[in-house]
Design a protein around this ligand. Sequence first.
Ligand SMILES: CC(=O)N[C@H]1[C@@H](OP(=O)(O)OP(=O)(O)OC[C@H]2O[C@@H](n3ccc(=O)[nH]c3=O)[C@H](O)[C@@H]2O)O[C@H](CO)[C@@H](O)[C@@H]1O
Ligand SMILES: C=C(OP(=O)(O)O)C(=O)O
Length: 429
Amino acid sequence: MDKIRIVGGARLNGTIPISGAKNAALPLMIASLLTDEALVLANVPRLADVALLKRILGNHGVDITVAGKRIGEAELSGETVQFSARTIVDTTAPYELVSKMRASFWVIGPLLAREGFAKVSLPGGCAIGTRPVDLFLEALQTLGAEIEIDAGYVIARAPNGLKGGHVVFPKVTVGATHVTMMAATLAKGDTIIENAAREPEIVDLAECLIKMGARISGAGTSTIRIQGVDRLHGTRHAVMPDRIEAGTYAMAVTMTGGDVLLEGARYDSLAKPIEILREVGAEITETNEGLRVYRNGAALRPVDVTTEPFPGFPTDLQAQLMALVCRAEGTSHIRETIFENRFMHVQELARLGAEIHLDGQNATIVGVPRLKGAPVMATDLRASVSLVIGGLVAEGETMVNRVYHLDRGFERLEDKLSRCGATVERISG
Ligand SMILES: CC(=O)N[C@H]1[C@@H](OP(=O)(O)OP(=O)(O)OC[C@H]2O[C@@H](n3ccc(=O)[nH]c3=O)[C@H](O)[C@@H]2O)O[C@H](CO)[C@@H](O)[C@@H]1O
Ligand SMILES: C=C(OP(=O)(O)O)C(=O)O
């Protein structure tokens, strides 16, 4: 099993190219199931989750070819990949694949809309919480699906096709918004989604679906309207830059000090994290190429942050912020409201010398003057990278074990950081 070895102490200086967003690439790839024509996606990140979803789509009959890079594309940028679902050969998404990645459950929407049938394994919980799928199923029922649960599988039927409906989500859910929007594109009639997720990845998917011939308005607001069409066609679309990757490196630079251009990062997808990082002590400016993050030797200041759906502070940056304020001068408070068990990094950060007290969904972080390197264990994707951020300033060596979590969502992290002066290496094993 690979490990990441970090020797702390270096400031970060240089340029980090931001990859295509994992959380946009996954639903975009799944959207290829909606048409028998080719969907060509550029800027697809090379990540374990993307590789797994390629296998899952392949199982449904999607023909996948890597079209390579455009001339002049940077070495670290992603691939251009063509997804062609000419015929769906299998409408079942088996447990062995779905249990490895939750987002693979989302194939249920396009399969049902196009084929009138889908049998998809329940994804189960994961390290950050129980993560039920009740809201997906209720939304699909509103669009006319009959749902049965049998032997760990959701069996969804709509033999005469889906029909438009009025979906009101009782809580904001990114996944169920993606799935309902995709399913409704091929339903008969109009669909309204209220209390829809407003995440930028929803907008990216909607833009691609519109290029495919879908009639969607309001994506990015809490009310999305979809007029169903008979069929969708192929198109080309570039995956949006990864706001969570960009936010993570912004926190790393704020932690170490230095001056880094996050190439391709977009301010509007990161407004809240940028506001918080400025409170902590970073200077962040928007340039034509991306976001420039700068901090001199000034002390880090504590903050009080609650995770919320977009445009609030994202849960996917909570662990990284916690690592950062471990070194603040004063006491910070972080409240996690999206997932019930997303504090697995706390015990591992404590191994580096952090002082964090947990009370239910609230963490109190008492800043300490120094962290000290130690062997630590990654428990989930964002928790892993919080340990890397801690390791970048910890005295001596930090060894992060179970790096496969990190490989789900960070493309060549060790290359990107070491190019900016950090001592970070992957030890294969
Ligand atoms: C691949 C991807 O894009 N993953 C992101 C997506 O996950 P995901 O789409 O799974 O997260 P959701 O927005 O659906 O979850 C929000 C909350 O709603 C709950 N819920 C959700 C569905 C449901 O049927 N019932 C229910 O109770 C969840 O347990 C959670 O407490 O959004 C999360 C919240 O921004 C991010 O942390 C994940 O990185
Ligand atoms: C929680 C995440 O992903 P997933 O929803 O795939 O588990 C994440 O990207 O931080």
